[in-house]
Design a protein around this ligand. Structure first.
Ligand code: GDP
Length: 159
């Protein structure tokens, strides 16, 4: 069995590192802030444009922050870029499993993106959707990665 390669994409500060660290270590590195996050205040226009179509990825996790609408718009853009880069021309569908992740669910008092909007975007992009909190919960994130890895393995079998 070859390694499975997953790409985590999303705007700066959405919580990609926190989600990954939570999955790998069960812990939340709450007090750190990436240089990028410190340098670019939330929602100030740090756009997330994929410079290349990440053609090495067997699966994608697209992360946004439910308390930052700009990150949701970025996620929408990233999903579109994945679709354009990875569409299977025969089937007319994206040829890799993708999951849309609304992170920072614990910040619901500052919510800028409703759960319905996330669900709706995922439905339109035919991908799985879940809201999580890297700060508060391991279970959701572990379940999500486990499911995505299963999907990727299944997908690779049928290639
Ligand atoms: P990245 O740039 O996408 O990798 O984002 P980081 O993982 O560096 O997270 C950016 C900031 O958001 C950091 O200060 C994290 O501690 C914080 N953060 C990440 N996930 C959560 C979360 O679920 N809830 C809260 N409240 N903060 C989070």
């Amino acid at each position: 069995m070859n390694d499975i390669k997953l790409a985590l994409l999303g705007s700066q500060g959405a919580g990609k590192s926190a989600v990954l660290v939570r999955f790998l270590t069960r812990r939340f590195i709450g007090e750190y802030a990436s240089n990028a996050t410190r340098a670019v205040p939330q929602g100030s226009g740090a756009r997330c444009i994929m410079e290349e179509p990440v053609d090495w990825a067997d699966g994608f996790v697209v992360v946004y922050n439910i308390s930052d609408r700009t990150s949701f718009i970025d996620a929408e853009d990233i999903l579109r870029q994945i679709r354009e880069a990875r569409v299977d021309n025969c089937k007319g569908e994206v040829d890799v499993p993708v999951c849309l992740l609304g992170n920072k669910r614990d910040l619901c008092h500052a919510r800028q993106v409703s759960e319905d909007e996330g669900r709706c975007l995922a439905r339109g992009s035919r991908c799985h959707f879940q809201e999580v909190s890297a700060a508060e919960s391991y279970q959701d994130i572990a379940g999500l990665f486990t499911q995505l890895i299963r999907q990727v393995m299944e997908h690779l079998k049928h290639r």
